[in-house]
Write a protein that binds this ligand. Structure first.
Ligand code: ZN
Ligand code: ZN
Length: 411
């Protein structure tokens, strides 16, 4: 009987047909015998994470798949990233998500990821502890170009616009308050000062002088977004009675696991990048089953490669995941395996889209599953699956049903 589960989320797994791949998606194009076997022996479907027409961000998508109503529990990305880096948020703190980027003298953004910088720890060390108008800034490096920023002080508010306008504008801009409170006005002013001050410090950092000498772009500007305060939510265990843990390489996903009260499992070689050790993550997931009832495993690079428009790289990375999936096929009896994405990331659009994503549920020996006719894991094969079309918020109820933990309504 099924009594434990692994949830494997391949970030941005879904895609659209690509002319250069013979009108297949990267998942359909990839040679993935293990994923296909899981689909063949399991039950498949399509998942529209937030419903038709809504384009999910990764944070909102994960919380939804974990079964949290985002209208009650989503407080911006900043706090999630911060807790994922092991930072504790105090009441009143405002956390933001940071990106080290490259700007020119006019503050025009030349590269949002500062030439693909892989380590910003030396650079952010110079920003950590800055004090502006009585507000202390706690800054920690994240994965690659990312960082987490916590503002600690009196009278702060999360009601500010994103200073990082993302794709809308080529220029870095200052935040604006989004309500009329003095706290929002004050916070927007302090963040603007921090942006200017950190630019000065980063621009003259010897690390950037060295990068320029080596022909690399300087990481001279901190783009900030996702201001939020910590929002207490019931833990996964309180919600489902399942002792849960999370395995992820990238900071946001460690944060999401922590946010949902899962125990974070550190896996050496889990980088959140294309070079991540997928085998090590899957092996760790099986080990975690000895202690935990529910294991969340996240793999990031399917999404990053899609944002780069690298459909061949995405297909090749899916093949790498598939090779490692042999480990998951050999898991102990009684363990349900769910494989899906958190949203579609279109390689041609280079961004998330609202298209539904394939999902499969697999049980050893078909245990309790109404196995369907699907024989391959892909966007189109999964249209025919027995799960049909579900919402992201339906995933955990489906899991709970298969684990025989659903509650009866009525008598
Ligand atoms: Zn995502
Ligand atoms: Zn993405």
């Amino acid at each position: 009987m099924l009594h434990k589960a692994i949830l494997l989320i391949l970030d941005g797994l879904g895609d659209r047909p690509i002319p250069e791949l013979g009108h297949l998606t990267p998942l359909e194009k990839a040679t993935a015998p293990n994923l296909d076997r899981l689909a063949r022996e399991g039950i498949c479907g399509l998942m529209s994470v937030l419903g038709p027409g809504f384009v999910p961000g990764s944070d909102v998508a994960h919380l939804t798949i974990f079964g949290y109503d985002i209208h009650n529990y989503y407080a911006g990305r900043g706090p999630i990233e911060a807790v994922g880096l092991g930072l504790q948020l105090a009441g009143g703190d405002v956390a933001l998500r940071g990106n080290l980027s490259t700007v020119d003298d006019d503050l025009t953004i030349l590269d949002r990821r500062a030439g693909g910088i892989t380590d910003v720890s030396g650079l952010v060390r110079d920003l950590d502890g800055l004090e502006i108008d009585g507000v202390r800034f706690i800054v920690r490096p994240g994965t690659a170009h990312r960082a987490a920023v916590i503002m600690r002080g009196q009278g702060l508010s999360a009601a500010i616009t994103d200073p990082d306008s993302h794709f809308d504008s080529p220029k870095a801009c200052d935040p604006e308050p989004t309500d009329h409170s003095p706290e929002a006005k004050f916070t927007a002013e302090v963040v603007s000062k921090f942006i200017a001050r950190s630019h000065e410090i980063l621009a003259r950092s010897p690390i950037n002088t060295d990068r320029k000498a080596r022909g690399l772009l300087p990481a001279n500007f901190m783009l900030l977004r996702g201001a939020g305060k910590h929002n207490n939510l019931p833990s996964f265990e309180e919600k489902y009675g399942l002792k849960a843990c999370g395995i992820a390489g990238a900071g946001l996903y460690k944060g999401l696991a922590t946010y949902a009260g899962m125990t974070l499992i550190d896996v050496p070689g889990a980088t959140g990048l294309e070079d991540t050790d997928v085998r090590a993550k899957f092996t760790a997931a099986l080990r975690c089953l000895e202690t935990f009832d529910f294991v969340f495993v996240h793999v990031k690079a399917t999404d990053s490669l899609s944002h780069d428009g690298n459909y061949e790289g995405k297909a090749a990375f899916i093949e790498k995941i598939d090779a490692a999936a042999e480990i998951l096929l050999n898991r102990p009896d009684g363990v349900l395996l769910v494989v899906t994405g958190d949203h579609t990331t279109s390689c041609t659009r280079r961004n998330h889209t609202a298209d539904p994503v394939p999902i499969l549920m697999h049980a050893p020996h078909g245990d309790s599953l109404r196995v369907d006719q699907v024989t391959a894991f892909g966007e189109r094969p999964c249209q025919q699956g027995g799960l049909g079309k579900i919402l992201g918020i339906d995933v955990m109820p489906e899991v709970m049903t298969l684990l025989n933990r659903s509650r009866m309504i009525g008598t």
